[in-house]
Design a protein around this ligand. Structure first.
Ligand code: SAM
Length: 208
């Protein structure tokens, strides 16, 4: 697969299932990696897991049944784990120090359960992207901006915990940090707003 940037973004899928949320995030990471000349690998995908059609067709996505340790066994020191608990922030210089950026393929939770520890235990060098939990696609976006566009992590415009209007009278607060777009809105994968609205209706339905 063409990889002019020489950078590979890897999401190690850590859940047995693939939620709709994750599918939208992964399709979005694939599209942005493809556009920036990088490669995207979704690793550790169980044989039993059937990816949704839209994701299967996503440009720039390679699906790997093997885990990250096996795929990059010979390049372990060139792999950087994006880790909310790391003591060092990701810097533009890390774009030269690493070829592979590794993310936990888990949905965000509030409060965070530190499931990234499953990858930390494998002994990769870790870097943080600031103190606030991001969605996986946001973490990949910020990593690309820092490592490829060479913009320091604290010079990126963010929106923390945005309030999303889910119906005429209701809103819900997202417990994550997002990158701000040129209109001042949080950047989210295509279809995510509708999914948030649908899920919040379901939540209300469950109570009735
Ligand atoms: N609550 C999760 C946990 O328990 O670790 C965080 C999951 S986050 C939605 C998914 C992935 O995005 C993480 O595994 C990590 O690779 C990356 N990530 C999110 N926020 C980050 C941050 N502030 N610094 C570094 N990596 C981050």
């Amino acid at each position: 697969m063409a990889n002019p940037s020489g950078k590979t973004y890897v999401v190690e899928h850590l859940d047995p299932e693939l939620e709709e949320w994750s599918a939208l995030e992964y399709a979005n990471i694939a599209a942005e990696c493809h556009a920036s000349g990088a490669q995207f690998l979704l690793s550790s995908v169980p044989e039993s897991l059937q990816l949704p059609e839209k994701l299967q067709k996503a440009k720039g996505l390679s699906v790997e049944r093997r885990g990250v340790e096996e795929i990059f066994a010979a390049q372990k020191d060139r792999v950087c784990l994006l880790d909310p608990a790391a003591s060092q922030e990701l810097s533009p210089a890390d774009g030269d120090a690493f070829d592979v950026f590794l993310f936990g393929g888990i949905l965000g939770d509030d409060p965070p359960r530190d499931r990234t520890s499953e990858l930390r235990q494998k002994g990769y060098q870790g870097r943080r992207l600031g103190p606030v939990q991001m969605t996986t696609d946001t973490a990949a976006r910020v990593t690309r901006i820092v490592a490829q566009d060479k913009i320091p992590v604290d010079k990126i415009d963010y929106i923390d915990h945005p309030e999303i209007q889910v119906s005429k009278n209701e809103s819900t607060q997202m417990p994550f940090r997002y990158v701000k777009d040129s209109k001042g809105e949080p950047i989210m994968p295509e279809g995510m707003m509708d999914l948030i609205k649908k899920d919040s209706e379901k939540g209300l339905g469950d109570l009735l």
